[in-house]
Ligand binder design. Sequence first.
Ligand code: BGP
Length: 481
Amino acid sequence: MKSFKDGFLWGGATAANQCEGAYNIDGKGLSVADTMTSGTSAEYRKITLEQDSNYYYPGNNAIDFYHHYKEDIALFAEMGFKVYRMSIAWSRIYPNGDDEVPNEKGLAFYADVFKELKKHNIEPLVTIQHNEMPLNISLKYGGWANKKTIDLYIRYCNTIFNAYKDYVKYWIPFNEVNDLMLPLCGFIHGGILTPETKYFENEIKDDDVNRRMNALNNVLIANAKAVILGKSIKSDFQFGTMTCHITLYPRTCNPKDIFMVQQNDLVRNCLCSDVQLKGEYPYYADKYFRDNKVVLDLSKEEKEILKKGKSDFYTFSYYQTICESVEDYGDSTTSGNIMGGIENPYLTVSEWGWPIDPLGLRYTLNKVYDRYHVPVMITENGLGAKDIVEEDGSIHDDYRIDYLKEHVKAMKEAVNDGVDLIGYTAWGCIDLVSMSTGQMTKRYGFIYVDVDDNGNGSFKRIKKDSFYWYRKLIETNGKDI
Ligand code: BGP
């Protein structure tokens, strides 16, 4: 049986706004993420635009990675990480997004982080925008709906490419770029404000699909421009896509269900990476735009840019699969951080109601490799669960080990199927703030951080049982699952 190749990139992933804290320190400006209050799965996070003292903003301190990065990176190294996926907070580099000069202290912070990673032989994989656009770009320019944002983003890219070219080779221009295909994420992914931008999930009520699709089009142009610019600065830079792959299953074998899923999958999961890897909009996009009365503002020159700025490898987040059907299944739905679907009777769900489907990962790996034939990396996967610290300080997270084991087995099978899988970065390798609920108690980490949902705690780091399991897995390059 074929297994993981030598040099397989085992590691973990985080995002600046969910772990750094220090939201207003050393010149950092506010980002869209800094406007989100804490919530629960029953109560959406509020978006307040200004920080209001009546609410708690979990990103303000998060796990204070800003002041603990040396300790945290040492722990990653102890697990044997080969790669660490992290993001740069745009508003740490350009506090208002449109500043003429970058914030030196922000630049220095990430230089220190990269030096620390280098010391431990950990390769950084850097997300350039992970749900953390400077708030000012959203307020003043309307976020990605405005073409001016492309220039601001490229200025930011130019700064960080030049500053970190000796440390960073792998870049992901946009996290979960396809989330803008859904009417839920206009603000957090696109900086688009509407009168209904009051809660994490309720922009659906006044969504303007034409504006959202044009914002996404601007993101895709910026993505291609970043690739072109990056390669002109350093030819061996490698650029990855990043799709939130919510794998869809037809609920029944009714041809209507099959066809519905095929069409939704194309639009939801494939459209963005088709543009990023093939350099042009796919054939089915035109009908989707016509049906939705979308008129894209895409010039001839911009089409050329899309062609020239193709990405090098495919990455995606994988947490769950959902079912779809033309029939109404009433309340039989599951949840997810951006959208649930119809319940799958063959699967169990996590404490937060997310379906658990390791075989779906093998299926998805085969699907995306068959479509693109470029190296594939899983840049997010994991189980959000509550952990209990025993009296002796140990944390027995066998549920997390079970989840990860089954997913790693599925990856191994996919490698044996022939998929060119090059890496795996487990999401929230150290506990961090949940994006959808703002909770700390929804923990993904191998490393526990003593902070609760209200920001109270010692911030002490504790190794969970999964820490030792993952260390062994990496040590044996996936032989000892
Ligand atoms: C992805 C985001 C991450 C992360 C993850 C888990 O969609 O890219 O930022 O948060 O989902 O989701 P949650 O934090 O809501 O559990």
